[in-house]
Design a protein around this ligand. Structure first.
Ligand code: UD1
Ligand code: UDP
Length: 385
């Protein structure tokens, strides 16, 4: 008898939604699988924005978000909500992505029900349990209870092997963020904000900034705000574009210092199409985001990362990403160098693709097919190919 397996992608935040979308699409197109999309709603507007742009309508939505939510609150509401959905649906496997609390809670809830876990973006490690917090711990916990590890790069595969995870359960797929990026940039979606349209058309140099990391909240983020204010004053021709995270804790820290600066444009979170368009317009990117660190190098944009370490060393090695921490003085100096030293800029502004080639979702699908005995894997991602 012909058998269709039920696979349940589970996600809850913006970056998971972006990176899960290519996997949802290939599962929906596959005759072997029934794809049941479940979102936790750890994020709301920022999650819905992504589902909309990729035309994904979740089958289940736990809607767990609360203002200023705690990690334990997200964890418990997710596990409880998913348990009820598993009782009704009995999926043959779940797919979780990355290192958020939704991701690890989803893995735990599935594991406790005896449902195999497939982990996309497996094997990233910063080797510091407290940075990023709690993501480094989340990834390590998820790896221990995962049946199929979809590792984005050979480095992440090696990290998993070093933790004695079974070699046959690891496949190097590339990161699906590059699938999403290539697909979206190609669509050339317009800016809905006239200020951004004007900046894009003006040819002015743009410093694109994002910040949200928990370990940077408070003192470090206030310093980021002050650094941006100083850069804005020193470089009146520069446009600083800051799509602000919805987290009120982030806004309270960063925004006061830059309020009223005429060359700083603070926006709501941009829809993915608009954000990737702004990335391609930007001259320099300043961020503490994980996903942005992966996307910008493939568009040839220098990235200054406001963190002390990274679980994404590949673009640092390639020279397009530089770790600069969160010290106010250092941020001002590093941005100034890229704006005013052409040789330093040229050295970093190379298009490199260490994170993927746009076929990560296909490789993930093939690995899942093999897991269920209905297909075979395709060759691992290798950026040298
Ligand atoms: C979470 C993830 C982090 C990821 C980031 C992506 C964990 C532990 N952290 O950050 O890994 O990099 O998301 O952005 O899972 N809010 C809204 N609307 C939204 C989204 C957020 O109002 O659409 C507000 C809410 O007040 C919410 C707060 O932002 O309580 C924080 O959201 P949360 O997902 O808890 O943020 P982080 O854990 O910092
Ligand atoms: N992004 C977006 N709109 C924005 C800012 C970011 O669509 O206004 C996208 C970005 O392209 C990347 C992802 O959101 O793919 C990164 O999300 P975030 O920085 O919130 O989380 P992280 O990647 O650090 O977990």
């Amino acid at each position: 008898m012909y058998c269709v397996f039920t696979i349940m992608p589970i996600y809850g935040t913006r970056p998971e939604a972006i990176k899960m979308a290519p996997i949802v699409k290939v599962l929906q197109d596959s005759a072997q699988f029934r794809c049941v999309v479940t979102v936790t709603g750890q994020h709301r507007e920022m999650l819905d924005q992504v589902n909309e742009i990729f035309d994904i309508t979740p089958d289940h939505d736990l809607n767990i978000i609360q203002p200023r939510q705690t990690l334990n609150g997200v964890l418990t509401r997710t596990v409880e909500g998913l348990d009820a959905i598993f009782a009704e649906n009995a999926p043959d496997a779940v797919v979780v992505q990355g290192d958020t609390t939704t991701s690890t809670a989803g893995a735990i809830a599935a594991f406790y029900r005896g449902i195999p876990v497939i982990h996309a973006e497996a094997g990233l490690r910063s080797f510091n349990l407290f940075s990023p917090f709690p993501e480094e711990a989340n990834r390590k916990i998820t790896s221990q209870i995962t049946s199929l590890h979809l590792a984005p790069t050979s480095t992440s595969r090696e990290n998993l092997l070093r933790e004695a995870l079974p070699e046959q359960d690891i496949v190097v797929t590339g990161n699906t963020v590059i699938d999403a990026l290539l697909h979206t940039v190609e669509r050339q979606l317009p800016f809905s904000d006239p200020q951004l349209e004007e900046i894009g058309a003006s040819g002015r140099r743009v410093l694109l900034v994002t910040t949200h990391r928990r370990e940077n909240q408070g003192k470090a983020m206030r310093g980021v705000g002050r650094a941006l204010a100083r850069i804005a004053e020193a470089e009146p021709e520069l446009a600083i574009v800051l799509p602000a995270h919805r987290n009120p804790v982030v806004r309270e820290a960063v925004l006061p210092a830059i309020e009223g600066k005429s060359n700083v444009v603070v926006t709501e979170p941009l829809a993915y199409g608009e954000f990737t368009r702004m990335l391609s317009v930007a001259h320099v990117v300043l961020t503490d985001s994980g996903g942005v660190q992966e996307e910008a190098p493939s568009l040839g944009k220098p990235v200054l990362v406001m963190r002390e370490n990274t679980e994404r060393p590949e673009a640092v090695t390639a020279g397009t990403v530089k770790l600069i921490g969160t010290d106010e003085e250092r941020i001002v100096t590093e941005v100034d160098r890229l704006l005013n030293d052409a040789a330093a800029y040229r050295q970093m502004a190379n298009a490199v693709n260490p994170y993927g080639d746009g076929r990560a979702a296909q490789r993930s699908l093939a690995a899942i097919e093999q897991m269920f005995g209905v297909g075979t894997r395709i060759a691992d991602f290798d950026p040298r190919d």
